[in-house]
Design a protein around this ligand. Structure first.
Ligand SMILES: Nc1ncnc2c1ncn2[C@@H]1O[C@H](COP(=O)(O)OP(=O)(O)OP(=O)(O)O)[C@@H](O)[C@H]1O
Ligand SMILES: [Mg+2]
Length: 283
């Protein structure tokens, strides 16, 4: 008898071919069920579009971003923008929303010393919610790599559904300077992002990115991190700022055309600017 765990439908398929699933040899089973058995043993599950469509994936109506796209488990979101554009405030607003609206927790990785517990308290309004936003300050590439190598266990221990990194590029930019070190920097950056993405495949990963002026083409206002960052996120956003008006722009998503939403920063977090407010606003 083959030592293979069969599903009910696989057993039925064998019986229809006149083979007793309890007595069949491995060769007989593989001949009839094809390669599926070996794939499953290797942890590879081939699905189909219909199953995928009916597969229930949690969806989130995040503040501001929700005006443009529903966020789903497994999504990775990049938010870039110039200094002072509102990236950190939007991140805090989403963290508070997440603990208010789900039963899982947040891990906020702060590489820029801009984590604002007081602001979060105002947004959450409740210490119990506030205590579900975990926070770790990471100020060197080595510490970030150490954290990333343990992120799977951290996620389980703290029941993390939303991982925020503000910003991913900061330690790398500080420590890897010049073209000579670029290849190594990009490799480590890629390792960090791919590991976090894999671990958060049943949650959401949000990373902040800084802007860079391209020294070769003199093209300004590009998200930093080159192609590695460009291909990483499911939803790529950029924030632009004109006076106190801030605009979140969707710059890349596989299923949506580019679009945008205006928001403003308040003590209670980021708020969408409605049409009527926009008309009367001359800032
Ligand atoms: N309560 C508030 N009401 C209105 N505007 C605020 C408030 N708090 C902060 N701001 C504005 O938010 C801006 C800073 O936003 P934020 O720190 O989110 O930007 P950032 O994109 O993360 O910048 P950096 O790249 O420097 O980290 C400042 O210009 C500040 O004036
Ligand atoms: Mg910031």
């Amino acid at each position: 008898m083959a030592n293979i765990e069969l599903t009910e439908s696989q057993k039925r398929t064998l019986m229809m071919q006149g083979i007793d699933p309890d007595r069949a040899s491995r060769e007989d089973i593989e001949k009839i069920l094809g390669i599926t058995i070996r794939l499953e043993e290797a942890g590879i599950h081939i699905s189909n579009a219909l199953n995928e469509l009916n597969n229930h994936v949690r969806e989130y109506d995040f503040p501001i971003i929700g005006r443009i796209a529903k966020v789903r488990d497994g999504d990775t979101i990049e938010i870039s923008g110039a200094f002072g554009s509102g990236k950190t405030n939007l991140r805090h607003t989403i963290a508070a929303w997440f603990v208010k609206n789900t039963d899982r927790n947040v891990l906020y990785v702060d590489t820029e010393r801009t984590f604002m517990a007081k602001r979060l308290k105002k947004m959450c309004g409740d210490d119990k919610l506030l205590s579900r936003i975990h926070f770790v300050r990471v100020e060197s590439t080595q510490k970030l790599l150490d954290l990333v190598s343990m992120i799977d266990n951290v996620k389980k221990q703290y029941n993390i559904g939303l991982l925020i990194v503000d910003s991913i590029i900061n330690p790398f930019r500080a420590e890897y300077v010049g073209v000579k070190e670029l290849a190594e920097r990009q490799q480590l950056l890629n390792f960090c992002m791919q590991t976090m993405k894999r671990v958060m495949n049943d949650g959401v990963l949000i990373i902040t990115n800084q802007m860079v002026a391209n020294p070769i083409s003199f093209a300004h206002n590009q998200p930093a991190g080159g192609n590695i960052m460009g291909h990483f996120a499911t939803l790529r956003f950029m924030i632009t700022k004109e006076g106190q008006k801030r605009t979140l722009k969707l710059i890349d998503a596989p299923h949506l055309a580019p679009c945008h939403v205006q928001f403003r920063i308040t003590d209670e977090g980021c708020k969408v600017v409605r049409k009527r407010e926009r008309k009367g606003d001359n800032t």
